[in-house]
Design a binder for this molecule. Structure first.
Ligand code: SAH
Ligand code: SF4
Ligand code: F3S
Length: 468
């Protein structure tokens, strides 16, 4: 694995400055998971580093960059739709540069489609090209020709990329890149490449910087954080990393995603129980409750092993809550398999569930499996799953009324005059509060709920200082 450090590309910056008459503006939009959102923040950082300003509207942009997601077909269609809509802008402003990067751009058939059917797309590069973006952009401007990079896998970790974070109080912190699990339905290992962990020292330095800058919530990112540390010179696992980070003094909380159930260790659970900085919520995607389907998915755990892990965590971590991802209609999923999923969902009791109808991804093993169940039947199963989930979650959320909890105030609420705050267990509460509270901790008394949303009011305790 290559270890690289970003350096400012002054030649590219000069080319860009010479090309644009006024300081150029960039519009960057990220689709998909938090990893991609974090990449988008680095793309903005790198663009600023070579002289771009950032804008929120397509019309103001000299450079438009879509940082894409390939996980499901729907995500890809949305991107193509959005790229299609740029044609008019390009006609109005021939100097506009349009770029597509991220996971979709790691697939040869997508790059080919962009080449043939979207001639106004100027720049295409994959997930590992962010440090070289200034050079690619300069090359595109110098040559006056499209720059379409065929997908490559660099197997590198690039440190010290400039970053322009979206939030001043919540931050994403990648601890590893890529995935080696090859779940049979999933495109991620093909587009994101082999798993590579960052050095603990580099993660700690970034973490310290975030805490020093007042960040209150830091979410550690990786496709399978539980296999953190593989391949590093020093022996270190994910629980060790958490313990190392929790030694940093400050008033912050740590979340992480995603935990793969096959690698979630008792040591990890014990660490969550012991460390006050760690949120008592675990996102633990189960995907299916049927052992047969789990095996076909190459998930490498059984429903019973999963439930055993949940039981252990419940016993060790008072009040812990779980969320999960579920795929409905995996190729060959029978009614019996699906019932096993419903049973598991009922038994575990998830506060939140992210549900997806299986989407065929070309190049993955599942794409070659017989898939006789109709889309209508899959959609009907999805409806049933959502009903089971809502029944549990709405009741569990309602049962929290009366408690007073500490929340991180995240954003304005939907109801005018309110804010949304996130609890340690990842639920959201809406309560009357001024927007000046956004980014602060607050004590909130829970008074009730609307579906999965808690409602509450600021508690008296806010007048005194609160501690973790
Ligand atoms: N690494 C994480 C999540 C990766 S993608 C994990 O292992 O849990 C996020 C979610 O998208 C997955 O958990 C899965 O539920 C869903 N997903 C991935 N590929 C899919 C596909 N081909 N069709 C439908 N859902 C998919
Ligand atoms: Fe995809 Fe499985 Fe890797 Fe998650 S662990 S990214 S679902 S292959
Ligand atoms: Fe999508 Fe790539 Fe993330 S495929 S889910 S953006 S790793």
């Amino acid at each position: 694995m290559e270890k690289l450090t970003y350096s400012h590309d002054s030649a590219a910056a000069e080319t860009l400055a010479a090309y644009y008459e006024t300081p150029p503006m960039a519009y960057v939009r990220s689709y998909g998971c938090q990893q991609n959102v974090n990449d988008g923040e680095k793309i903005r950082g790198v663009l600023q580093d070579v002289g771009f300003g950032l804008c929120d509207s397509l019309e103001d942009a000299d450079l438009i960059l879509f940082n894409t997601c390939a996980v499901r077909e729907h995500a890809e269609q949305r991107v193509f739709g959005n790229i299609g809509a740029l044609k008019k802008l390009k006609e109005q402003n021939p100097k506009l540069v349009i770029g597509v990067c991220g996971c979709m751009a790691q697939q040869p058939h997508i790059v080919e489609k962009l080449r043939q059917s979207y001639p106004y797309v100027d720049l295409v590069f994959g997930v590992d090209g962010i440090d070289r973006l200034p050079a690619m952009l300069a090359e595109r401007l110098r040559r006056g020709k499209r720059y379409l990079q065929m997908p490559e896998q660099r197997n590198a970790v690039v440190e010290e990329l400039p970053i322009r974070r979206d939030s001043g109080f919540r931050a994403w912190l990648p601890i590893m890149y890529g995935c080696d699990n090859f779940c049979t339905y999933c495109i991620v290992p093909y587009v994101r490449g082999r798993e590579r962990s960052r050095e603990p020292g580099a993660i700690l330095a970034e973490f310290r910087g975030l805490v020093a800058n007042g960040y209150k919530e830091i979410t550690l990112l990786g496709q399978n954080v539980n296999s953190y540390g593989k391949g590093l010179a020093q022996p270190v696992d994910f629980a060790d990393l958490l313990n190392l980070l929790c030694e940093v003094p400050g008033d912050y909380q740590i979340r992480f995603m995603t935990s793969h159930p096959k690698d979630a260790s008792r040591k990890l659970i014990d660490t969550i129980a012991a460390q006050p900085h760690l949120c008592k919520h675990i996102h633990l995607p189960v995907q299916s409750g049927s052992d047969r389907v789990l095996q076909q998915m190459n998930r490498r755990y059984t429903a019973e092993q999963y439930k055993e892990l949940v039981r252990y965590a419940r016993q060790k971590i008072p009040g812990v809550t779980f969320s999960s991802d579920i795929i409905v209609g995996f190729p060959g999923e029978t009614e019996e398999d699906f019932s096993a999923t419903l049973d598991l969902v009922r038994e575990v009791g998830y506060m939140q569930l992210f549900t997806f109808i299986y989407s065929k991804r070309s190049g993955t093993p599942a794409a070659r499996m017989p898939d006789p169940v109709t889309h209508a039947e899959k959609a009907a199963r999805m409806e049933r799953l959502l009903r089971v989930q809502d029944e549990y979650a709405f009741a569990a959320v309602a049962a929290m009324a009366g408690q007073t909890v500490r929340v991180l105030v995240e954003a304005a609420g939907r109801t005018p005059g309110t804010c949304n705050g996130r609890l340690d267990n990842n639920l959201v509460v809406e309560f009357p509060a001024p927007e000046s509270l956004i980014g602060q901790w607050a004590q909130v008394r829970l008074t009730g709920s609307r579906a999965a949303l808690l409602v509450g009011e600021l508690a008296q305790e806010n007048t005194t200082e609160t501690e973790v």
